[in-house]
Design a protein around this ligand. Sequence first.
Ligand code: NAP
Length: 299
Amino acid sequence: MTNTTSSLPQFSPVIVGTMRFGSWGAQMDRPTLEKLVDACVDLGLYDFDLADIYGDYTEEAHLGEVLKGRKDLVQRLRLTTKCGIKMLADNRPSHRIKSYDSTGKHILQSVDQSLQDLGVEQIEILLLHRPDYLMDPHEVSEVFTRLQEAGKVKFFGVSNFSTSQFSLLNSLFPLVTNQVELSLLQAQALDDGTLDQCFQLGIQPTVWSPFGGGALFGETDDPRLQKIKSTAESIGERHQATIDQVLLAWIFKHPSRIVPIVGSTKISRIASALKATEIQLTHEEWYELLEAAKGHEVA
Ligand code: NAP
């Protein structure tokens, strides 16, 4: 199924990832988080990426504490959240083992919980977090339709789906993105058809861990990381850009109009990421970075 332009979401150039805001990372208190959200909005960054499981099922409520007192923010933010992974957690005593669940019952329950925790009436985009071998695409399509008709969710997508898994669900319900991992450390999406499929369908891929979860920064004695960093640094000198900006410019250059989800908890780094949209790498620079990451010639 191909989406028409009017039925596609708008994305800011970068999406703000929330996975490290709370107990899985920076443990921001409410005022600090509110300040960060406000600063992102001031930069024009309205898209925030969440998941039910972040912070062991606490991150949505963490952001919700800010949103509940700030209806102005609720109106401006576009919240993506995910469901479908069942983790072991104290606040989910019914989960006996870690597993996947994309049954209608689980999706409906999860969305209601997310809306309640976030204190909002509508989620912009709901993603199935990971493929579930037992997914019944007819059941998922029916539940997506119900959620859309009820106004609880505006758009739907998937995350970490193979191209065939994506095609299967997309043949029954129009999906708006496949959120996959992409960085110079994990570039499988270039070859496995994910980006081509999104391009062909006219939807934007969204990508997580664009900096390899932070592995591409800091001191390292790993020769591959050193080579990527030194290559990014010398390309950066040509463009008056920092390493993080070069790494994102490498993602932006792909013609499929990728939207990276940056995971920093610091506004200066999020702002720096946004500036990467101004950098135009040459074809040769793009391949120079790929060569550094692969450790051999790529053409
Ligand atoms: P990332 O942007 O690759 O890594 C962020 C980490 O890099 C943070 O710990 C950050 O620390 C660190 N960092 C160090 N120097 C930095 C610099 N100069 N600029 C930016 N960051 C720097 O991404 P990620 O956090 O792994 O993932 C991003 C988002 O993707 C998550 O928040 C989540 O929303 C989403 N995600 C989705 C999936 C999925 O399966 N769909 C999986 C993982 C993540 P500081 O905070 O100190 O800056």
